[in-house]
Design a protein around this ligand. Structure first.
Ligand SMILES: [Zn+2]
Length: 484
């Protein structure tokens, strides 16, 4: 029997108070103040309050958390949902289902679509395309063309708080910026508009030089040698000079080498407004895996070596990396089975991200508790991306008054990844055959259950929203490594 509403005084009191929409009991809530055992109460899409372990208030729906961890809904600040123009690879319906099944409730989508998103005025048009199709809430990174970066000057936080710059070619990157004059303008304009520059930092010039000697890669075994670490290191060194000159805040994506992590951590320590992302795949695979899993691990930047992977884990565990992003970039099986030089780089990953990162943490720092690892995941995959991209007013932390975005995570039950369990339109995973150490049981977005592992194949309503944002608090100030 449901209990009557407890009269506790103040604004929660009164017999006339409506029941809550959703209550989760017996959870270990991963809050900014630590892990709290109890429950959460939700009304109108908002986390209203935490409950003590004994409280069972009246609610339209009550879910017994079974003592599992409750994380803030994850924010994946690096996805390619391929809309518009490339929807044969992925579309918003499939991509957002994969996100929901991976505990992700907000995505920030990349602009390298057909056509690319280069003008802030086009953001509303893209939002209209996505509306009614997305299980999760969304924002977009703006793109920029080197020959005309002036649209950046029109950007307001409503449309974008970030601009993606590609410094190296890419099968799906139509707007690579190569010349110094364009880069200088972009960094200046971004600074003026308060946009954070997010970067694919590999230097095209290095790769052109190598290709002129050896031609394009012919075997997966050779892939790292023809797209080597020097490309990434040179690009990051250039970016740091641009940041020194302009003071523009920069977030370097998919850092793959030990040297980049060293350079960026030192720059942040010295006070430059520099942060960086690592991906689950650079944390999970090494170049030695490339021959075995072939095109599925063909990526740019390439998967590196074991010592790089160790350094990336150190950056994650020590709080030097600010975010983990999936770089969910699906291609069809047919595309991946082309000859090596033509197989496009990229893999799906938004669904695998949380289990893969948690599994890696258990393996690389087994002396730490699962709770410690999930607190770190809550920072890297929720609080920090919310802060960096200006959505921390509603998202990123389990706090009363914020959106009721949750993921209920079972840290004790292993499971095996199969292609059939993946919701991305591409239908495959680089992690097929992996045993993951923990699993997503339930995902809640603004108080609605959008994924339930006990109800396979069914999802919540696709009424994800285009989020508004504020100009991030630290667009041009040092963040000293990890953002809090
Ligand atoms: Zn990407």
């Amino acid at each position: 029997m449901p209990e009557p509403v407890r009269v506790t005084g103040g604004k929660h009191a009164g017999p006339a108070e409506r029941p809550y929409d959703l209550v989760l009991t017996d959870v270990r809530a991963v809050t900014p103040a630590g892990v709290i055992h109890g429950g959460v109460a939700v009304r109108d899409g908002v986390l209203l309050r935490f409950l003590s372990a004994e409280e069972r208030p009246r609610a339209a729906r009550t879910v017994d958390g079974g003592g599992r961890y409750l994380l803030p809904g994850l924010i994946d600040s690096h996805v390619h949902f391929r809309t518009p123009g490339l929807t044969y690879k992925e579309d918003w319906e499939h991509g957002s289902r994969a996100a929901a099944a991976g505990g992700v409730t907000t995505v920030i989508d990349m602009p390298n679509t057909l056509p690319p998103l280069l003008d802030p005025a086009d953001a509303a048009r893209k939002a209209a395309m996505v509306q009614g199709r997305s299980l999760v809430d969304y924002r977009f990174h703006l793109g920029v063309a080197g020959d005309d970066p002036s649209p950046l000057l029109d950007a307001t936080p409503r449309e974008a708080t970030s601009v993606k710059v590609f410094l190296a070619g890419h099968h799906t990157a139509p707007t690579v910026v190569r010349d110094p004059a364009s880069l200088t303008r972009i960094f200046g304009y971004a600074r003026e508009s308060g946009l954070r520059v997010v970067l694919h930092a590999e230097d095209d010039g290095v790769f052109e030089l190598l290709d002129s000697w050896t031609g394009a890669p012919g075997r997966y075994l050779d892939y790292e040698r023809v797209r080597p670490r020097s490309g990434a290191i040179v690009a990051v060194a250039k970016v740091l000079e641009l940041v020194r000159r302009h003071g523009t805040a920069v977030h370097v994506l998919h850092v793959s080498t030990a040297e980049e992590a060293d350079l960026l951590a030192a720059a942040a320590h010295a006070g430059l407004p520099v942060t960086f992302e690592v991906t689950p795949h650079h944390l999970s695979f090494t170049a030695a895996d490339s021959a075995r899993i072939g095109a599925r691990a063909r990526l740019s930047p390439a998967i590196r070596h074991e010592r790089d992977q160790r350094r990336l884990w150190e950056a994650v565990l020590a709080g030097q990396a600010a975010t983990i992003g999936s770089d969910h970039a699906p291609h069809t099986r047919e595309e991946k089975l082309r000859p090596v030089a033509d197989a496009p780089p990229g893999l799906p990953g938004v669904q695998e991200m949380l289990p893969a990162v948690f599994t890696g943490m258990r393996r690389h720092a087994p002396w730490q508790s699962p709770g410690t690892h999930l607190e770190l995941i809550a920072r890297l995959l929720a609080a920090n991306p919310a802060d960096l991209f200006g959505i921390d007013g509603r998202k990123g932390r389990l706090l009363p008054g914020r959106d009721a975005d949750f993921v209920l995570f079972d840290a004790d039950t292993p499971w095996m990844v199969t292609g059939a369990a993946m919701h991305s339109k591409c239908g495959w995973s680089a992690y097929e055959g992996w045993t993951m150490a923990g699993q997503v049981r339930l995902t809640v977005r603004r108080g609605q259950i959008i994924y339930d592992a006990d109800a396979p194949g069914t999802f919540g309503p696709p009424d994800g929203r285009w989020l508004d944002a504020a100009r991030p608090a630290t667009p041009a100030h040092p963040t000293r490594g990890a953002v809090r």
